[in-house]
Design a protein around this ligand. Structure first.
Ligand SMILES: NC(=O)c1ccc[n+]([C@@H]2O[C@H](COP(=O)([O-])OP(=O)(O)OC[C@H]3O[C@@H](n4cnc5c(N)ncnc54)[C@H](O)[C@@H]3O)[C@@H](O)[C@H]2O)c1
Length: 289
């Protein structure tokens, strides 16, 4: 048994850190930051040129980075990557299940194919990554599982039912796992970022706004660029700090802290505050344009 507060991963130096979706945004920033802190990293993404670019940006000795094309929708690919990390790097100390996509549409008009696509990546991708790497951590009774949820795993938002479902599911899965691992030296964090300036919206599928109006991915991405207030680099800094502290929940950005406070204080009436917030940001956007 481990004393409460015992930290399994106190530093990233010489640790093996696995990150999915490391070809862009938060995943890339986490990888570059982990390397700076002395970790060896195993990076995957379904977009091979993008994750190769992360390797190029890191500019460290080849032995410290393993890069592979992995689609988190495939049990076989995720399993083979875990085997490779075991054989080439001695197994994972930290796994960050980060790969994700976005979708905006309303219940009723949303295509089942789009909903299933998102769940397979955002939720089942997290489950696959956790299941594949957990045995390596259990063998040495040391490690940290970091699963990326969202503030949309804390509140529901119109037009985001699929994304909300995936991120609430990631949070529930992760909070249950944390309790299953209590007393071991394997720690678990769920990360809830607010708006982070990344390609998450530009890389997604967007058909309807929160107000139910037709939109395009390009238009939604433009709006998101103006709303997202935190850089990926700052997000990575906050996430690694939270992991070192063994925080069960890591909130990223002032908007995330505000949203958590709002949902705690007003669990029944927060939707009207969300509507007011959205109307206000629309108005501010109009002023800025
Ligand atoms: N950016 C935000 O505002 C924000 C807020 C809350 C949560 N998040 C979450 O953070 C995580 C990272 O997103 P980001 O904002 O850096 O977006 P991003 O689009 O910049 O990066 C996501 C990465 O995941 C990869 N990916 C997508 N599907 C994949 C698959 N099937 N297999 C392997 N890789 C795949 C993409 O190629 C990309 O490199 C996601 O889970 C996202 O939901 C982001």
């Amino acid at each position: 048994m481990v004393a409460p507060g015992d930290k399994a991963v106190k530093t990233l130096e010489h640790k093996v850190v696995v990150i999915t979706g490391a070809g862009s945004g938060i995943g890339r920033a986490l990888a570059l930051s982990a390397l700076k802190q002395g970790a060896n990293v195993a990076l995957s993404d379904w977009n091979l040129p993008a994750v190769e670019e992360t390797r190029r940006l890191a500019d460290v000795t080849p032995g410290r980075i393993l890069v592979r094309q992995v689609d988190v929708r495939s049990d076989d690919e995720v399993g083979a990557f875990a085997d490779l990390v075991q054989s080439k790097m001695g197994g994972a100390h930290v796994v960050v299940n980060n790969a994700g996509v976005s979708l905006s549409d309303a219940v009723g008009s949303m295509k089942r194919e789009d909903f299933a696509w998102l769940m397979d990546i955002n939720f089942w991708g997290v489950v696959r990554g956790t299941e594949a790497f957990l045995p390596q951590m259990k063998t040495r009774d040391e490690g940290h599982v970091v699963n990326i949820s969202s503030v949309f795993g804390l509140i529901g938002v119109p037009g985001q039912s699929a994304y909300n479902a995936s991120k609430f599911a990631v949070r529930g899965f992760t909070e249950a796992l944390a309790q299953e691992l209590e007393g071991s030296r394997i720690h678990v964090s769920v990360v809830c970022p607010g708006g982070i300036k990344t390609g998450i919206v530009a890389n997604g599928r967007h058909y309807q706004t929160a107000n139910g109006e037709a939109t395009t991915t390009e238009e939604t991405a433009k709006k998101f660029e103006q709303l997202a207030g935190t850089t990926s680099e700052r997000a990575a800094e906050i996430i690694w700090k939270g992991v070192m502290r063994n925080d069960a929940r890591i909130l990223v950005g002032p908007d995330a802290r505000l949203i958590q406070a709002m949902v705690r204080l007003f669990p029944n009436t927060y939707p009207s505050l969300v509507r007011t917030g959205m109307a206000l940001s629309e108005r501010l956007r109009g002023i800025r344009m």
